[in-house]
Design a protein around this ligand. Structure first.
Ligand SMILES: [Fe+2]
Length: 255
């Protein structure tokens, strides 16, 4: 649980680095860079875009819950706080992993692929700005588990979740405006898929019951089959098995 756990960041730790045994090329990336050539298929960014939508929605839900706890003083039980801690752990771990993979794999790949690569420094800088806010949100959830009536825990959750939600809104919009067109134009589908695989490799299996249903939560039912067909089979199985459980737990936590 949050008060004693080292947290999702440390859970991933150095295993987010390129795998041992892979020979980094001159770019430092754990695979050779082969930029997209004219006429090559574009990388498919639909799941990347969907991951962004899910992060924004999850941050917004935490901000809404924080506001209700801090401003409306809604009752909240220890059981609800414990389940909230699971949802928050998955969200925080996913967001940290997402930022780290972009900084360590995605942006170096884009820089090595695009002849006139846009300046990605502000995006990495914003990841660093978000890090302490994510830490503070995680800490507030831990204190809420210890005491669901704690005014300071409720206030800190509200403040940091609201702040993070706002940061992500502008950051992700800018990321998709600046980086996405350059990725489509210059990163090969093969390299993009290698980046995508690396971003998933440290995903704890125990988190799939939250992560998969949450990622597709806002997908139009008419598009669900087409979109999930792009995901690994394990994720489709997780969605089928855990969606109902996730929905019940989600209602318990967020109302
Ligand atoms: Fe991103």
């Amino acid at each position: 649980m949050p008060p004693t756990s080292p947290g999702p960041d440390q859970e991933q730790g150095s295993s987010e680095r390129p795998e041992q045994g892979l020979d980094p090329g001159p770019t430092g990336l754990p695979f050779p860079v082969r930029p997209r050539r004219p006429g090559d298929p574009e990388p498919d960014l639909e799941l990347y875009h969907l991951a962004h939508r899910a992060l924004l929605r999850e941050a917004g839900e935490l901000a809404d819950l924080g506001r209700k706890l801090a401003e409306e003083g809604i009752p909240y039980t220890t059981g609800q706080a414990r389940t909230l801690a699971v949802f928050a752990r998955v969200f925080v771990g996913d967001l940290r992993r997402h930022h780290r993979t972009e900084d360590e794999i995605g942006w170096p790949l884009l820089a090595a692929s695009a002849p006139d690569c846009p300046d990605l420094t502000p995006l990495t800088w914003e990841h660093a700005q978000a890090a302490p806010v994510i830490d503070a949100l995680w800490s507030a959830v831990g204190r809420l588990v210890d005491d669901p009536d704690s005014t300071s825990a409720r206030d800190d959750l509200a403040d940091n979740a609201h702040r993070l939600s706002q940061m992500l809104e502008t950051h992700i919009a800018e990321e998709e405006r600046v980086a996405f067109p350059a990725i489509r134009a210059h990163v090969s589908a093969e390299n993009f898929n290698q980046w995508d695989k690396l971003s998933d490799r440290d995903l704890p299996l125990r988190d799939l019951w939250v992560l998969v249903p949450s990622t597709v939560r806002s997908v139009d039912p008419a598009d669900l089959g087409r979109i999930t067909a792009k995901a690994p089979r394990l994720y489709r199985v997780a969605l089928r098995l855990f969606r109902g459980h996730y929905n019940r737990r989600h209602r318990l936590v967020f109302g």
